[in-house]
Write a protein that binds this ligand. Structure first.
Ligand SMILES: [Zn+2]
Length: 346
């Protein structure tokens, strides 16, 4: 925990708001891993696993979520951050709305058994959505350079509204993971929310040990998918991909290396079995227990529209190769070429 304490004055709040803007340079400062006291001695096997998929959007996280959910020791609903603003009307991957889905009904009932109320219209699991807007802005800001992150940590440690909101959100996440693992009998809970800033808080879970799977995909593919799906310009998409990768790098530097692994989207599509077996080993799971047809098992997943498709075929999406012009590729190269090469793509 940090020992620096900010003074409560306008300058500090201004700096906190700056967390939500600018500051995209890489911060490799070797700062200590931010962990709450008593949490550093994670004992594998003593606690269930909370597995977090971290990546930019359109990197294959929904596919990986479905594939891992085919293992009986894994349970997931995809992106815990999803569901809003449709709430109970959100379409579960089983084809029913959350309010009509038996699985989600069992989640509500299990929460009641745990003495908690679960509202399908508002999960309360988004750090960035808080009754006080400034609280959500500080907790949910992107991961910035070390000095701003130290400031955020100090603010959370000293300002009760921030601390309470963080702890309440974490408690909601933890209760949900407990309910889901109790219903399914799984010992691994998977959250495919992807955003790097959630990783600031998840190491504080009390009943789960955190492990992180980072998905790497060719930035040209991510950019092209983002342009098509979010109707964004190539420049904005490439900048967004680059910024997200920088944030993921920053976050990964703060986590124990042995609790993080990388998955390459292209390899996952080309060699799914070998890639999944490596992931099962990372998660201490028996590969032989995984279902061979991942679509043949029950799924109740939120997130990318891909969740609503049928069919088990895994198709590598490399549309960018024919959809991006030479000029587009030049623009991408100027904005994010260095990042893409550093990730191993030529
Ligand atoms: Zn469902």
């Amino acid at each position: 925990m940090t020992t620096s304490v900010p003074k409560r004055r306008n300058g500090v709040l201004s700096a906190l708001y700056a967390l939500g803007k600018g500051g995209t340079q890489l911060a490799r400062t070797g700062e200590a891993t931010a962990r709450p006291s008593g949490e550093s001695g994670n004992v594998a096997g003593a606690r269930k696993l909370f597995v977090y998929i971290a990546s930019p959007s359109f990197s294959g996280s929904t596919l990986l979520t479905f594939l891992l959910n085919a293992h009986p020791d894994v349970c997931t609903v995809g992106e815990l951050k999803a569901g809003m603003p449709e709430g109970g009307n959100y379409l579960c991957s089983c084809g029913r709305r959350l309010v009509e889905c038996d699985f989600w009904q069992r989640i509500v009932e299990e929460h009641a058994r745990l003495g908690r109320r679960f509202d399908l219209n508002d999960f309360g699991m988004r750090f960035e959505r808080q009754p006080s807007r400034w609280v959500g802005k500080v907790l949910g800001a992107g991961v910035r350079c070390s000095s701003l992150e130290l400031l955020r940590d100090a603010a959370i440690a000293t300002l009760p509204p921030l601390r309470r909101a963080r702890d309440r959100t974490l408690e909601n996440i933890e209760t949900f993971a407990l309910a889901a693992t109790r219903i399914t009998g799984a010992r691994v809970f998977l959250d495919g929310s992807k955003d790097p800033f959630r990783l600031k808080y998840l190491p504080r879970l009390k009943h789960f040990k955190l492990k992180v799977i980072r998905i790497i995909r060719d930035g040209r593919g991510v950019t092209n998918s983002m342009m098509r799906n979010e109707k964004q310009s190539l420049e904005a998409s490439a900048r967004s991909v680059r910024n997200m990768c920088i944030q993921l790098e920053r976050m990964e530097l703060k986590l124990p290396a042995e609790d993080c692994t990388k998955v390459y989207y292209e390899r996952l599509c080309r060699e799914p079995n070998a890639t999944l077996n490596a992931l099962y080993r990372f998660l201490d799971l028996d590969p032989s227990r995984a279902a061979t047809d991942y679509r043949g098992v029950e799924h109740h997943i939120m997130g990318n529209r891909m969740r609503l498709r049928n069919g088990s075929e895994i198709t590598l999406d490399e549309k960018w190769r024919r959809e991006l012009s030479a000029q587009d590729l030049e623009v991408f190269e100027r904005i994010a070429g260095d990042m893409n090469r550093a990730a191993g793509y030529e």
